[in-house]
Design a protein. Structure first.
Length: 94
């Protein structure tokens, strides 16, 4: 085995060991950050529930009254042809 081959092999081994160490530390870092996020969510949830428990319950929303339908007049709407003629006579181009 030549010196060059030996250096390549050592570099490859070093790379593999570094990757294994990074994977271990990366997993612990991810676990720590996810635990921090979950703890923060639990703390915020507890604060929200305490705040909601301290507030008086909101007043019920009153139901809206149904609108009365306007009474229909005895007159019928003009037919389409009559309406179009009135539009043309008034200067509107249709």
């Amino acid at each position: 085995m030549s010196k060059d081959d030996r250096e390549r092999a050592e570099a490859r081994i070093n790379k593999i060991t570094r990757a294994a160490q990074d994977a271990k530390t990366g997993k612990t870092e991810r676990d720590a950050s996810s635990k921090a996020v979950l703890d923060n969510m639990a703390r915020l949830r507890a604060l929200r529930l305490a705040r909601e428990a301290a507030e008086p319950p909101p007043a019920p929303i009153a139901a809206k009254k149904a609108r009365a339908k306007p009474a229909k007049s005895g007159e019928k709407a003009p037919t389409l042809t009559a309406w179009l003629e009135s539009q043309q006579n008034s200067g509107r181009r249709t």
